[in-house]
Structures are given as C-alpha cells and as structure tokens.
Design a protein around this ligand. Structure first.
Ligand SMILES: Cc1cc2nc3c(=O)[nH]c(=O)nc-3n(C[C@H](O)[C@H](O)[C@H](O)COP(=O)(O)OP(=O)(O)OC[C@H]3O[C@@H](n4cnc5c(N)ncnc54)[C@H](O)[C@@H]3O)c2cc1C
Length: 398
C-alpha cells in the first residue's frame, strides 16, 4: 500500500481489492480481448461478464458522474483502482473511441439531453465508434474537409467521403466533422455530428494494406441522414469541439487520460531482450553502441514517465490540453526508437515475417516495428504537433 494513502483512500483500496478479487472472472485476467463496443464482434463469456459487472459499478468510466454511468471517482481513487486491477492482472473492461474520444467530448460540450442520451451508452460499451475526420484532401490541413451536411428537416443529409477510418468494417457509429456552411471561412463552417453507420447511405470500403490486413476503410456518405439532435457543441462550432476531441485522443496515446479508460503498461524490458539475443561474457551486452542506445532510451523513457505523472497531477480539467502535443511528439519518438532497438537487438530474429524458424513472439516484434511507424502520423503528425507547440505554447509567429 502506498505511504501517501489517506484513511479514506486506504479504505477505498481495501474495498476495491476485495471487490475485484470476487468479481473479476478468470477469463478477464492477463492478456486477451478488450471490448471497444462493436456490436459486430462477439465477446468471450468472461469478457462480457466483466464488462457488465464493471459497467454496473460505474468503473468503465470511473471519473464520469454517476448519473451518466460513471462512479464519480477522484483522480487518486482512479489511480488506486488502476493499481489494484494491475495487481490481479485484470484487463480494462472497455476501451475505444466511445469512452475515450467522443465520450469526454459529449461530457464537455453536450447539452443535458445529449449527455443523458449518449453517455450511459458509451459507459456500457453499446456501439463501436469510428472517427470521421480525414478526407483525401484533408489530413494535416483538416479544416479543408468537404463532407457536406445540408438541412433536411429534422435531419442533416450527408454527401462526401472520409478516409483512413480505423475499424470502419466493425463500426456501428461514426463521429464526423462535416461542412455545414461552405460560404464561411473554412474553420468556421464546420460542425461535429454523430452518424449511424447502419443505414443505406453509409458504405464502407476496406483499404487493403501490404500486410494483407485492412484495419482502415474509406467511408462513403450518399444521402446519409444524421439526426439534428446529435450535432455536438453547436452549429458551425465544430472546429473547436473537434480540436478538443483530438486532445482527448492524444491524451490516450500519451498515457495521460484521466477520463474514459486506461490500459495497463505491459512493456517488455529491452535490457532483458538485448541480453537474451546479444549475450556476451558474464551476461554483459557485448556491443557498446547498443549499450549506449539502451541507456539513452532508458533515461529518456523514465523522464517521459515522470513528465506524464506531472502532467496528470497538474491537470485540473478532465484531460490535459496543449501538453498533449508535447507528450505526443516525444512519446512517438520513443515508441519508434524502442521498436527500432528491439528489432535490431534481435538481429535476424527480429526480421521474421512468417515461417517456423521464428517464434510467435519474434514475428510479433517485426510487426510491431513496422506498425510503430504510424504513431507519428495518427492523431496529427509530429510535424503538426510541433507547429502547435511553436504557435500555441511558445507563441512564435505563423
Ligand atoms: C494508423 C492510422 C490510423 C488512422 N485512423 C484514422 C481514423 O480512424 N480516422 C481519421 O479520420 N483519420 C485516421 N488516420 C489519418 C490521420 O489522421 C492522417 O493520416 C494524418 O492526420 C495525416 O494526414 P495525411 O495522411 O493526409 O498526411 P498529409 O497531411 O498529406 O501530410 C504528409 C506529410 O506532410 C507533413 N505536413 C503536412 N502539413 C504540414 C505543415 N503545415 N507543416 C509541416 N509539415 C506538414 C506531414 O507531417 C506529413 O509528414 C489514421 C492514420 C493512421 C496512420
């Protein structure tokens, strides 16, 4: 138990520990599936039971208000809950864009009616959410987006397309930035709206990658309808709302989110990996270059973790704002460096694509190394984060 626990926190820890031991099914411990709400993916019985029990307790979104499916936990209690889950290897009961991206955005910008309608659904993992931001001509320059929403009585009619829609094949809903007024300056004619993907006007086409898998899709909107009541944060106010959602996204990538859910840190020790594959006399890593890089990475990673903790401690709102850009750039660099070193430390064992001469762990390293290239692209590229830091943190001229 931490020395800093107050009496009430101690009690909370004891009760939490006991409840988790009694209620976390064996199949929800250790590595395994974590639901993200998709109604198109059938869950293992223990995963489904764990989700249901945690949702009943308000612990799928522990810091949200009780009336919206949360448990009103203070940040210190939330950290205790995470520590206690980690102690027994309990997996996160729910993750994804519902609880982590659009959920906190609705909590911050939604009307009372929108909060009452949507937040309990996010909290129970009812519906897998996709993100409709990027378009073929709007990536870093997101405000150039063209997906058009026109007035159709109680609805908006949507025409256009989005691209790089992660999990598009399994999504039930998509939150979209749409153009509601093409005559205004480009940042001012945008709104954020929730769209049901299970309707004839929404078509999803997988983008096939060189690996053979299709984690992203193109999403086409052909007279698709979105309920006017589901426009979040006000008509033509989507730029500010959409940027805040990006901060929620980045705070998840940076490991500093205090809203929604947070996974456990299951990082491998690169020192152990390097010793295993490059063992010299007395278990000393032979290559001095690798030793230097390992030490440098270890120091940077620890400094990063301390900064994460400081940002969480200093944050008064539900998620940090501009600090997310700083952490995103640094986190992306460290993730890529770690993946590079992991792969290189293993020599040819870190280059397997398929075949029996490689273990499944070794094959996974190659894929992790390749997919790590994406971390400096999604959620806004590193160059764009540096632009934000230059303008909004350092106050440099455009
Ligand atoms: C794994 C993954 C998942 C994704 N999932 C989704 C999703 O679910 N939904 C969604 O909407 N999008 C998603 N994206 C798309 C992602 O948001 C965009 O790829 C990203 O914003 C960059 O846009 P772009 O690909 O059009 O690149 P571009 O904007 O064309 O950029 C190309 C290069 O130019 C640089 N550049 C551009 N403008 C500037 C500038 N002003 N200053 C300096 N450098 C600049 C960029 O940094 C980049 O290196 C995903 C991307 C990846 C990799």
């Amino acid at each position: 138990m931490s020395n800093q626990d107050t009496e009430s926190l101690k009690l909370f820890r004891e009760e939490t520990r006991q409840w988790l031991v009694e209620n976390c099914p064996p199949g929800a411990r250790g590595e395994g599936e974590i639901p993200w709400g998709s109604q198109k993916i059938e869950l293992q019985p223990d995963t489904a039971l764990w989700l249901e029990r945690m949702a009943d307790k308000g612990w799928t979104v522990p810091t949200w208000p009780r009336q919206y499916g949360g448990a009103d936990l203070a940040r210190a209690e939330y950290m205790v809950l995470l520590e206690e889950m980690g102690r027994i290897g309990a997996r996160s009961p729910l993750t994804g864009r519902g609880v982590n991206y659009i959920g906190p955005t609705v909590l911050e910008f939604g009307t009372d009616e929108q909060k009452a309608k949507w937040l309990p659904r996010f909290a129970r993992g009812e519906g897998g959410w996709c993100m409709g931001y990027s378009e073929p001509t709007a990536g870093s320059d997101l405000a150039s987006l063209q997906l058009r929403a026109t007035d159709a009585g109680d609805y908006y009619r949507l025409n256009g397309m989005k691209t790089w829609t992660s999990d598009g094949l399994y999504g039930d809903w998509i939150f979209c930035l749409v153009r509601t007024d093409p005559d205004l300056p480009k940042h001012e004619g945008i709104s954020l709206i929730l769209v049901n993907m299970d309707q004839p006007g929404v078509r999803v086409r997988p983008i096939r990658l060189i690996s053979g898998s299709s984690p992203f899709c193109e999403t086409f909107f052909e007279d698709a309808l979105a309920d006017k009541e589901d426009l979040i944060g006000g008509f033509n106010q989507g730029w500010n709302v959409g940027k805040r959602l990006l901060q929620y996204e980045r705070s998840v990538h940076a490991g500093v989110n205090t809203s929604g859910t947070k996974g456990q840190d299951t990082e491998v020790s690169l020192v152990d990996v390097t010793r295993q594959y490059q063992q010299g006399n007395e278990r000393r890593i032979i290559d001095p270059g690798v030793r230097d890089r390992l030490l440098g990475l270890e120091m940077d990673s620890r400094a990063y973790q301390l900064t994460q903790q400081r940002v969480i401690a200093e944050t008064q709102a539900r998620a940090p704002a501009l600090a997310t850009s700083i952490l995103k750039v640094t986190g992306a660099r460290l993730t890529k460096e770690k993946a590079d070193l992991h792969q290189q430390a293993m020599g040819t064992y870190g280059l397997g694509w398929e075949g029996e001469s490689f273990s499944s762990d070794e094959l996974a390293v190659t894929r992790t190394w390749l997919s790590s290239r994406a971390v400096s692209i999604y959620g806004g590229t590193s160059e764009i984060q540096m632009n934000i830091i230059a303008k909004r943190v350092l106050g440099l001229p455009d």
